[in-house]
Design a protein around this ligand. Structure first.
Ligand code: ATP
Length: 235
């Protein structure tokens, strides 16, 4: 569904991605692993149109996405849930969710999406009128994912959802990604917590200094001693 073909990008004059190729098949969960600074967030920024692409191509369902605007990319079904959550802390849970559906004209469909978000995250429903800034870290992460789901993505790109969250809530959130997948939404998950990500991933890529250095089925990489040495126990 999403295809990155030898993508190059970076900041100023310094390259952060060197010919990265990656595929996310329809309905799958693909993870991108790597240490700090490996280029994981950069990859998601390029795929969502936030950062210009210097070389290579991006396609969604066979259609060129290279150099499309973020708005067009969202309309094509690709939604990015950024690192650090970036929710609007002064707004309520409800208002934050509404913001996620801003590109939709169909109110009934937006209502259905919100009901679905509440079915995944009942905690959000209980706190619907609460200001987002007063939620716990894990709840804020749920809200950030919920807000992304309001755009009815066919591909949800998640940047480090486990960051700064209690382990129990991390498991809960990753478990819910399984339900989201069952509803037909593919997930591209960026994680530093390799062990956790590989438990859930169909396929995984390992980035190092902006290059793909390893890839394979999640279950295969989970048993790979090189992954264990380098990336397990990072947390
Ligand atoms: P982290 O988990 O720390 O976010 P990452 O794998 O997501 O790591 P990136 O944030 O994509 O890595 O960073 C890749 C490279 O790009 C690093 O060398 C980083 O210093 C550089 N970089 C990232 N963001 C910027 C920016 N806004 N301006 C300049 N350089 C940046």
């Amino acid at each position: 569904m999403l295809e990155l073909d030898r993508v190059i990008s970076g900041y100023g004059s310094s390259r952060a991605l060197h010919e990265v190729s990656l595929t996310v098949p329809r309905g799958s969960l693909v993870t991108v692993l790597g240490a700090n600074g490996a280029g994981k967030s950069t990859l998601l920024r390029v795929a969502s149109g936030l950062l210009p692409i210097w070389g290579g191509d991006i396609k969604m369902d066979g259609r060129w996405m290279t150099r499309k605007s973020t708005r067009e990319i969202v309309r094509a079904g690709v939604v990015h849930c950024p690192e650090g959550r970036q929710i609007f802390s002064q707004l309520t849970v409800y208002e934050n969710l509404q913001m996620g559906g801003y590109l939709r004209d169909d109110r009934k469909a937006a209502k259905r999406s919100m009901d679905q978000v509440f079915s995944y995250f009942p905690r959000l429903k209980e706190r619907v009128k609460q200001r987002a800034g007063t939620l716990s870290g894990g709840e804020q992460q749920m809200l950030a994912i919920g807000r992304s789901l309001m755009a009815s993505p066919r591909l949800l790109m998640l940047d480090e959802p486990s960051l700064g969250i209690a382990p129990k809530l991390v498991q809960e959130i990753l478990g819910i990604l399984g339900f989201i997948q069952e509803e037909g939404t593919a997930v591209l998950l960026v994680e530093q917590n390799a062990r956790l990500a590989l438990q859930h991933a169909d396929y995984a890529y390992v980035l190092d200094l902006g290059r793909v250095v390893m890839e394979g089925a999640g279950s295969t990489l989970a048993k790979d001693s090189r992954i264990e040495e380098r990336y397990f126990g990072a947390r």
